[in-house]
Design a protein around this ligand. Structure first.
Ligand code: PLP
Length: 411
């Protein structure tokens, strides 16, 4: 009789968003006429921009002819896309990243979940609290996190770095030394950011203690403040300690198309491994993993990604992001007018509010659903320090953002 990977059974409850979806479905069934506005999940709502659609059409037509047809993509992604990313996202912004340090993928979720595979079983991770759940859950599945404590909502073998109003939602350097540090800025869920100087401290720390930072930059397109870095490679020394994750989901609306990238500089090197191998690049392990387990993002999608770097593409994407940021501003200001204490929403599509009257995050979720027919995300679903907070997203339409705020004001 086979056995199971019992680590999966250690995971508490269902994935946060399935839990929310079930609650909303039950409410809708009981109140079929309720006009529910969904500002919960971080999915985009605007259609793909014209430059992307045009490029998709062209690439699809190429697939119809033997002389332009494309089969398997190169393991690590098409050179045209890796080059465009390296130029536009990195070298033009003063970051020293080579084309071949970029691995094209189907998005940041799978990369952020899979990256742990190239590290040893005994590595200790540090995460912000609250946190995008994938970082911890993927390590739980791999058997690295110890045991879950229902009461505290914490795993015994994970270092939690609380991010609350008290510390300005910026994690402090941990007292216990981690091996892997997951950072995400602009942050999901708090919508808060880290300055270049603050991030430099993390890079210096990682280099000093021999840790790796996994830097999730999925929301970098929302940054408007010039003191906020778009990439960790804007910091000195990041080439020896940082892996960066990029996504086309939130900047260009590829949540359904699927495209992302992981950046691993050649300078991250292990001098001597436990089995005596010398000068091993992390890059070579991830390349091996890609080659063995992945057959690449589709050609037509990589071409769509390329269109994001054309002049028209850049302008159209900027406009889409601006539309969401207009929603974020409206939501943030509206909540403030309604008397809420609100964070985020300025360099990020997420608005993070403190629940009123010390309500728990789930109590507030229920109240908002029942009294305003608005769905958001309970902060406690992202970790214990998210308790008494609540996330609303700016990814809806402007009309719905306005309607949601009106309803919340009248609650
Ligand atoms: N990283 C963070 C922090 C996210 O919030 C999300 C999606 O919500 C992702 C990664 C997933 O991105 P992708 O659509 O590229 O898989």
């Amino acid at each position: 009789m086979y056995t199971l990977n019992e680590n999966y059974l250690k995971l508490p409850g269902s994935y946060l968003f399935s839990g929310i979806a079930k609650k909303v479905a039950a409410y809708q069934k009981a109140h079929p006429d309720a006009d529910i506005i969904r500002l919960g999940i971080g999915d985009v709502t605007q259609p793909l921009c014209k430059a992307v659609i045009d490029e998709l059409h062209k690439a699809v037509d190429e697939m119809a002819s033997a002389d332009t047809f494309k089969g398997y993509a190169p393991d690590l992604g098409y050179e045209f896309l890796r080059h465009a990313m390296a130029e536009n996202d990195y070298r033009n912004n003063g970051c020293d990243i080579a084309d071949d340090e970029i691995f094209i993928s189907d998005g940041a979720k799978s990369d952020s979940a899979n990256i742990q595979e190239i590290f040893g079983q005994d590595v200790k991770l540090a995460v912000c609290d609250p946190v995008y759940p994938v970082y911890v859950d993927s390590n739980v599945m791999a058997g690295r996190c110890g045991d879950y404590d229902e009461k505290t909502g914490m795993w015994s073998n994970v270092i939690y770095m609380p991010c609350t109003a008290e510390n300005g939602f910026a994690p402090e350097l941990p007292t216990e030394t981690p091996d892997l540090i997951y950072l995400c800025f602009p942050n999901n869920p708090t919508g808060e950011v880290i300055t270049r100087d603050e991030l430099q401290k993390w890079v210096d720390y990682a280099n000093k203690v021999g840790a790796i930072i996994i830097y999730d930059a999925a929301y970098e397109a929302y940054i408007t403040d010039p003191s906020i870095p778009h990439s960790i490679y804007e910091c000195k020394g990041a080439r020896t300690c940082a892996i960066e994750l990029r996504s086309f989901s939130k900047n260009a609306g590829f949540t359904g198309l699927r495209l992302g990238a992981t950046i691993i500089p050649h300078d991250i090197v292990v001098a001597k491994t436990a089995i005596g191998k010398e000068n091993v690049e992390l890059h070579s392990l991830w390349a091996r993993r890609h080659g063995t387990k992945y057959n690449g993002a589709p050609y037509i999608v990589q071409r769509a990604g390329l269109a994001c770097y054309s002049e028209e593409g850049k302008a159209q994407i900027k406009e889409q992001v601006a539309t969401y940021m207009k929603n974020a501003k409206y939501i943030k200001n509206g909540l403030k007018e309604a008397g809420y204490t609100v964070y985020g929403g300025e360099n990020s599509p997420y608005v993070w509010l403190k629940t009123p009257d010390n309500m728990t995050s789930w109590e507030f979720f229920d109240m908002l659903l029942e009294k305003a027919n608005v769905v958001g995300t309970p902060g406690s679903g992202f970790g214990p320090s998210g308790e008494h907070y609540f996330r609303l997203t700016a990814f809806g339409s402007y009309e719905n953002s306005v309607r949601a705020i009106e309803r919340i004001k009248n609650m």
